[in-house]
Design a binder for this molecule. Structure first.
Ligand SMILES: *Cc1c(COP(=O)(O)O)cnc(C)c1O
Length: 386
C-alpha cells in the first residue's frame, strides 16, 4: 500500500523547495555572540535577539553556576504543584517592581504566555482586536480563545476605533506587538490606551523586542500605561534578557486570575529554577545597562547612515535593533544572503509566510556586542553584493 498521507507531505515539501520557501536548520557550536560558529564556520552574525549581549555574559554564567549548586537542574513539577522555587518568586517580585506593575507571573516562553494569557482574558463572548503584523503566537492565542477575531491594518488606529465602536462583545481585548518583530517599528502605546479607555477594553502589549532595550531598559511602556489597570505587559526573556521564558506584569488581580486560568501556566512543568536565578541577575544587568544601550544606539545609527545610499533594497524606517532591508523577491533575498555568507557574514533571509508575500527581507539585528568595525564590514559587504 502506498502511504497517501506521507506522499501529500512530500508534495508539500517539494513545493516549498521549488518556491524557495523551505526552512532548514543550521547547527551552531559555542556561545551566543557577535561571531557565531555555524556548521563549523565562524561567521559575523546579524541574526540574534541577544540585543544587549547578556546570553553568554560572565555575570549570568556565574549566577547559573551558583544556582545550580543550590537547586539542581529540573523544577520537578508544575508551579502550582511544587514547582514554584524561591528563585521564581524572587524573579517575579523583582520584575514587577522593575517594570512598574503591581504583580508578575513567569511563563516558560513567550509563545506559551500568549497561548495562556489571551484565552484567560477572552472567551466566546469576547472580541480580540489585533494588528495585522502581530507575532504568530498572538494570533494563535486569539484563535485558541474562541473569541471573535478582528484584525486592523498595521498601526491603523482609525480602523481599530471603528471596529471597537461597532463591537457588541461583552469583553474587548486589544492585542499588539509593542516593537514589531519583522519591521522593527513601535506601537503608539498611549493612543492605543486612549482607545482601550474609551471603549472599555483591555490592552495587551507584547514587548518581546523592547524589554531591556527601550528607554532605561524597562521597555516600551509609557508612564500612563504603567499606571493603567487595563494594560497587561509581556516581556519575553530569551531576547535582550539573554535567558529564556516570559513574564507577564499587570494588576494583582489579573495575575491572580492567570494563576487560576492560564492553561499554559497551570498544566506545564515550571522552568528550571536556575533560569529564574539567571533572570534575577539579568534584571540587574539590564537596570545597569545604559552603556550597553548607548553602544547599541550608536551601531544602529552607523548602520542606517551606511546603508542610506544602497542602490537596491529598502531599509525600513526602524529606530530599534531590528533593521529590516526589504528585497521583495524570495529567490533574490536568498541570493543576497548566500553572497553575504560567502563573505563570512550571516544575515537571515525572512520570507513568507513570516512576512507578507512580495516583502522578503534581510532581517538585520544588531547587538551591543557588535563593534564599529563589524558594522563597517556589513555595510561594505552589502554595497558589494546587492
Ligand atoms: C519571540 C517572540 C515571541 C515568542 O517568545 P519566545 O519566548 O521566543 O517563545 C512572542 N512575541 C513576539 C513579538 C516575539 O518576537
Amino acid at each position: 500500500m502506498t502511504h497517501a498521507a506521507l506522499a501529500r507531505l512530500q508534495q508539500g515539501l517539494a513545493k516549498a523547495r521549488t518556491e524557495h520557501l523551505a526552512r532548514t536548520h543550521t547547527v551552531r557550536d559555542g556561545r551566543s555572540g557577535a561571531a557565531l560558529e555555524i556548521d563549523g564556520e565562524t561567521l559575523l552574525a546579524f541574526c540574534s535577539n541577544d540585543y544587549l549581549g547578556l546570553a553568554a555574559d560572565p555575570a549570568l554564567v556565574a549566577a547559573a553556576h551558583a544556582a545550580l549548586e543550590v537547586c539542581g537542574v529540573g523544577a520537578g513539577a508544575a508551579h502550582l504543584v511544587s514547582g514554584q522555587h524561591r528563585y521564581h518568586h524572587e524573579f517575579e517580585t523583582a520584575f514587577a517592581r522593575f517594570v512598574g506593575k503591581p504583580a508578575a507571573l513567569l511563563f516558560s516562553s513567550g509563545y506559551q504566555a500568549n497561548l495562556g494569557v489571551i484565552p484567560a482574558l477572552a472567551g466566546r463572548r469576547s472580541e480580540v482586536f489585533a494588528d495585522r503584523l502581530n507575532h504568530a503566537s498572538l494570533v494563535d492565542g486569539a484563535q485558541l480563545s474562541g473569541a471573535a477575531f478582528t484584525r486592523y491594518r498595521h498601526l491603523d488606529l482609525a480602523q481599530l476605533e471603528g471596529q471597537l465602536a461597532a463591537s457588541k462583545a461583552a469583553d474587548k481585548l486589544i492585542v499588539s506587538d509593542l516593537v514589531f518583530s519583522m519591521d522593527g517599528d513601535i506601537a503608539p502605546v498611549d493612543a492605543l490606551l486612549d482607545l482601550a479607555e474609551r471603549h472599555d477594553a483591555w490592552l495587551y502589549l507584547d514587548d518581546a523586542h523592547g524589554f531591556g532595550v527601550l528607554g532605561d531598559g524597562r521597555g516600551g511602556l509609557t508612564e500612563r500605561a504603567r499606571a493603567s489597570d487595563r494594560v497587561i505587559y509581556l516581556a519575553t526573556l530569551g531576547k535582550a534578557a539573554g535567558v529564556a521564558g516570559a513574564a507577564v506584569a499587570a494588576h494583582a488581580d489579573v495575575i491572580a486570575w492567570l494563576v487560576q486560568t492560564a492553561r499554559t501556566y497551570v498544566y506545564t512543568t515550571a522552568t528550571p529554577p536556575l533560569l529564574a536565578a539567571c533572570l534575577v541577575e539579568s534584571l540587574r544587568q539590564i537596570a545597569a545597562g545604559d552603556a550597553r544601550r548607548a553602544h547599541l544606539a550608536a551601531r544602529i545609527a552607523q548602520l542606517r547612515s551606511g546603508l542610506a545610499e544602497l542602490p537596491r533594497g529598502t531599509l525600513m524606517a526602524s529606530q530599534t535593533a531590528i533593521q529590516p532591508l526589504v528585497i521583495g523577491d524570495n529567490a533574490e533575498v536568498l541570493r543576497v544572503a548566500h553572497a553575504l555568507r560567502a563573505r563570512g557574514l550571516w544575515v537571515p533571509a525572512i520570507r513568507p509566510p513570516t512576512v507578507p508575500a512580495g516583502s522578503a527581507r534581510l532581517r538585520i539585528t544588531l547587538s551591543a556586542l557588535h563593534s564599529e568595525a563589524d558594522i563597517t564590514r556589513l555595510v561594505e559587504a552589502l554595497h558589494a553584493v546587492i
